[in-house]
Design a protein around this ligand. Structure first.
Ligand code: CA
Length: 228
């Protein structure tokens, strides 16, 4: 594995060290900061591939750090929040965190989320674009086109399409789509996925002969690439 550098900003020292140990074991390089302000300075001065960011921190809280980091960097951020604090989670999402984990979490869960984020970065080409057939999603401008024509998507539709594109040719269950595209442990009905898939289809597939989104009965959905 090439060097993949992770910064943990977490004031619970034992927890930070435990995560560090587990990530080291997986081959990641890990630094720790226990103070929010020092953590932010470190992100400014060193290059990281991923930030694990606690919400409640001395110095500067996680939401504020997130907001400030987004002014100068797109580094992936996974926010670690206290149990069940929905409002905090949503706020974090709006300030630019990529994913959430509610404490306490299993280390396997954290590793899985990191793999998703890594995969997301690897799958983009150098122009930061995800493509399938004549559909192009630009990760920087957030512009989506099919056959060169611009398609307007809501944030949720965009996140859902992005999840499908990242996992091109892999069938995802409704639960997986919710977890990845909704970004946190959504408690409601998974039928919401069907509703948003329908919205997406009306925008990207209905007018085209070649349908990109396929339903796999009894399982879920997949975006099919050129070759299977
Ligand atoms: Ca804390």
């Amino acid at each position: 594995m090439e060097d993949y550098k992770v910064l943990i900003i977490e004031d619970e020292k034992q927890m930070a060290m435990l995560i560090q140990m587990e990530l080291n074991h997986e081959g990641y390089k890990v630094d720790i900061e226990n103070d929010g302000m020092q953590g932010l300075n470190r992100i400014k001065n060193e290059k990281y591939d991923l930030i694990l960011l606690d919400l409640m921190l001395p110095g500067l809280d996680g939401i504020e750090i997130c907001r400030r980091v987004r002014e100068f960097s797109d580094v992936p951020i996974i926010m670690l929040t206290a149990k069940g604090d929905i409002a905090d989670r949503v706020m974090g999402l709006d300030t630019g965190a990529d994913d959430y984990l509610t404490k306490p979490f299993a280390i396997e869960e954290l590793l899985a989320r990191i793999r998703v984020i890594r995969r997301k970065n690897i799958q983009r080409d150098k122009d930061n674009e995800l493509k399938v057939d004549n559909l192009v999603m630009n990760g920087e401008t957030h512009e989506v086109t099919r056959g060169g024509r611009k398609i307007e998507l809501t944030k949720r539709e965009y996140d859902l399409l992005e999840t499908l594109l990242i996992n091109k040719n892999i069938v995802l269950t409704r639960e997986q789509l919710i977890e990845k595209a909704w970004g946190f442990d959504y408690e409601g009905d998974t039928n919401v996925v069907d509703v948003f898939i329908r919205y997406l289809r009306s925008k990207i597939d209905d007018e085209f002969e070649r349908k990109l989104i396929a339903t796999v009965r009894g399982v879920g959905y997949v975006i099919k690439g050129e070759k299977l």
